[in-house]
Design a protein around this ligand. Structure first.
Ligand code: NAP
Length: 293
């Protein structure tokens, strides 16, 4: 479906009691989507791995008049202790969750580089991070048939299956019926083994930003099976590629600003319950199923 530029009052299902967690909210698209959701009247729990940077972001948004809608907590998605401490804090302070925006991610490559020197931390942050956080927060999602809770995983078109040329790996990921967390983790393990042994380059992995692409490939696959698992729980799970956006991750290069990307992300996160699908991958301006994401 085409996205509306501004969610109108007729499709507005949320209010101040609606709670959204945004990871990696101190800069880039994360800060912009936290701001946008707060502007639209959602209570936002902005998180960042660095307390100082997070508090600066909080201050910035307070100075823009959004103080009533923004809260802050430290959260390093790559650290299981941090995830668990955050979940406890969230339960005590908010209890119920409506929207989880898994935005935090890393890449250590410049635009035209393809080093896998940091593959482990990339996979730990971009794949295991959101997965761990989702599992820790699942008990707190509001399970209302009228509202529907939402998980929006920031992903990338670099992680679409068609970028994988290895037939065996594709076969595992394309067999959606039999896809499981164990199989996805098996794919990740294989990649990291090949990285360690220095023989990943000719094994049919995505060619651009390979470690990052594999992390998003795994996130996409996990999102699909999670969507299936939660289908009857009134929790939707979708992935969103914001497109080439001018942030720290791209060294300031890109075809759009973080605000533009965040505006689309916020609209996806706030789709009316009746048009909210699950298990989809969205790119650019429309919400559609990429057949093999
Ligand atoms: N920009 C693009 O062109 C583009 C394209 C496709 C997809 N995406 C995706 O869009 C999302 C946002 O990207 P962006 O461009 O805004 O990136 P960015 O400017 O590099 O921001 C990344 C954010 O993630 C945080 N982060 C990194 N590791 C973390 C961890 N372990 N725990 C918590 N937070 C952590 C960073 O915190 P620090 O400040 O502490 O480092 C920062 O706030 C990412 O998922 C990215 O993969 C971006």
């Amino acid at each position: 479906m085409e996205l509306r530029q501004d969610p109108s009052s007729s499709t507005r299902w949320w209010g101040k009691e609606t709670r959204a967690i945004v990871t990696g909210g101190n800069r880039g698209i994360g800060l912009a989507i936290g701001k946008r959701l707060a502007e639209l009247g959602v209570t936002v729990i902005l998180t960042a791995r660095d307390a100082k940077k997070g508090k600066e972001a909080l201050e910035l948004l307070r100075n823009e008049g959004l103080g009533d809608y923004i809260h802050f907590s430290v959260l390093d998605v790559s650290d299981p202790h941090s995830v668990s401490a955050f979940a406890t804090w969230f339960k005590l302070n908010f209890g119920v969750l409506d929207i989880l925006v898994n935005n935090a991610a890393v890449s250590f490559n410049g635009l035209y580089e393809n080093s896998v020197k940091h593959a482990e931390i990339v996979i730990k942050t971009n794949f295991y991070g959101p997965k761990l956080l989702i599992e820790a927060l699942l008990p707190f999602f509001r399970r209302s048939s009228t509202h529907k809770s939402r998980i929006l995983n920031f992903s990338s078109r670099l992680g679409l299956i068609h970028n994988v040329k290895n037939k065996n790996i594709r076969a595992i990921l394309e067999d959606e019926e039999n896809l499981s967390e164990e199989k996805i983790e098996g794919v990740i393990k294989l990649f990291l083994e090949q990285v360690k042994e220095g023989r990943w380059e000719n094994e049919g992995w995505p060619k651009e930003w390979t470690d990052y692409a594999v992390s998003k490939l795994a996130l996409n696959a996990y999102s699909k099976i999670l969507a299936r698992r939660l289908r009857d729980s009134n929790i939707s799970v979708n992935c969103f590629c914001p497109g080439f956006t001018r942030t720290g991750m791209t060294g300031g290069k890109g075809s759009r600003t973080a605000d533009i990307a965040a505006n689309i992300g916020a609209q996806l996160a706030l789709l009316p319950p009746q048009s909210l699908q699950t298990g989809k991958f969205s790119m650019g301006q429309s919400f559609f199923l990429h057949s093999r994401f």
